[in-house]
Design a protein around this ligand. Sequence first.
Ligand code: ADP
Ligand code: MG
Length: 571
Amino acid sequence: MPIRILSPDVAAKIAAGEVVERPASVVKELVENSLDAGATQIAIEVQGGGVRLIRVVDNGVGIPPEEVDLAFERFATSKVATADDLESISSLGFRGEALPSIAAVSEVTLVSRSKDELSGIFVNIKDGAILEKAKRGCPVGTTVTVRNLFRNVPARLKFLKSTATENGHISNLVTQYSLAYPEVKFTLIVEGKTAFRSTGSGSLREVLGAVYGLDTARAMLQVKFKQEDPLLPSISGFVSPLSLTRASRNYMSFFVNRRWVQSRMLTYALEEAYKGLLVTGRHPIAVINILLPLQDVDVNVHPAKSEVRFCNERDVFSALHKAVRETLTAQSPMPTLDTLQTATRTQTAPAPLPAFDYKADAAAIRTPLATPSPAEPPPVRGALPILRVVGQMANTYIIAEGPDGMYLIDQHAAHERVLFEKIRDQRVKQAVEVQGLLQPLPVELTVRQQELLELQSEALSEYGFGIEHFGERTYLVRSVPALLSGQNVSQSLVEVLDFLGEGEKGDLREEIAVSLACHGAVRAGQALSHEEMRDLIRQLEQASQPRTCPHGRPTMVHLSSSQLEKGFGRK
Ligand code: ADP
Ligand code: MG
């Protein structure tokens, strides 16, 4: 093929691919435009995971009628004019790419009225061309409606996840912006129902309450760190006290000059401030605002504008680290010897590398913290007598003697029970023993498994799975629950996912514990030493329900002394 310049239509679709990755990207661009327009109220409505409909309504300054056509041209923007302007960008948008990119892959209508106009203007755009343009009465502000996203890009459409997952991305995005702009009233309506609302009162703690729940919002510690030198970064926001942690890194939000950003460095600085104070595998909740001179940060790194580069990374790192550490020292009681011991005991694995994907779905966001369960009642009924191991039969059953006869114990079922209660309790106490893998292990998943993994990522990470998306359907496993060490990790993970995909599940976290226990337990047919059997029986004696495995099958068969006597005709 000879070299030729692509037609505008093809070029627009290629460009759109970078800006509009999924429905949440459209919401992001539209919300950013509304914020740039000075809106104090932004309402977002989505249907069909954002594919069928996305509508963003704002009360911002609006677009003058003579500029409406231009807004849909590529590289047309009212936010920067000269190359110098790129050195200090104060608006969220600046590339002039969003509206044309969205219009290239969907059907768009826009209604806008600027404050100097008596009526508004309406435009209808399909395949990048204006089909209709007319005057229309409307309040000051802008409404953009996007329908049938990606209908003309089947490859993209196929790549999208379930409606629930896409809605999750959108909810996450809107909640992030509400944290960044507490003075703006956000409303999110998903499939006709209000999914999220902030009041726009200007109180970040209040927004925290709307996003993470009131108890969390109340417990959060305020960070205030202003440096004397105005050229140095100042830090504000909220961080969680040591008693309040999550199993995932999805609860840390960073805003640089009020732009939501993803940054390994910032995550690292924040976690370093908690270093030694949290149990491995637990992460803080945080909302961090970093303000610094506009020219010290480059926001023009990627079309999606979610990454930034700092001129003085070290200054930012140390300011954030210091701000958080000082807040923790001043406001959060330091751990006692007891909690520190627990922390070191469970620190068996290096912390998995941060996974930076903004895929936390809204369901995960609202999952309440695991509340420590009240201490289990002392095992009265069903408790085991003290047992003495006699031997093993068929490499499957342990023969033991008790005060009232003989016990045949199914070694797999018994071990399952022991492991199940152990990992379940560890999770409740947020102290799951984690095994880091020396080499991250690539695992290829099916689409279904991938979906389950995404949906259940929070629950899985609570159990110690450190899993990162690597590309396509491949994931890298960096850590696993310690009870799986020595097992075939990829097979266990796949089987846990498959198990989660089967039929209706009750308490999902309980089900994961069941599946993990099953994988970690000794198999039937495995020879055990006397010592191993004694150990297992001792642990079984401690279990709260030692007589059944977590699936409900018996762990043991009892032949009482009187049954034996009867059998032998002694009685
Ligand atoms: P950018 O935001 O990078 O400038 P966009 O394609 O997102 O590029 O928008 C193009 C222009 O359209 C903006 O510069 C702005 O002038 C105008 N615009 C878009 N959305 C709105 C809105 N909600 N309110 C007011 N003006 C808007
Ligand atoms: Mg924009």
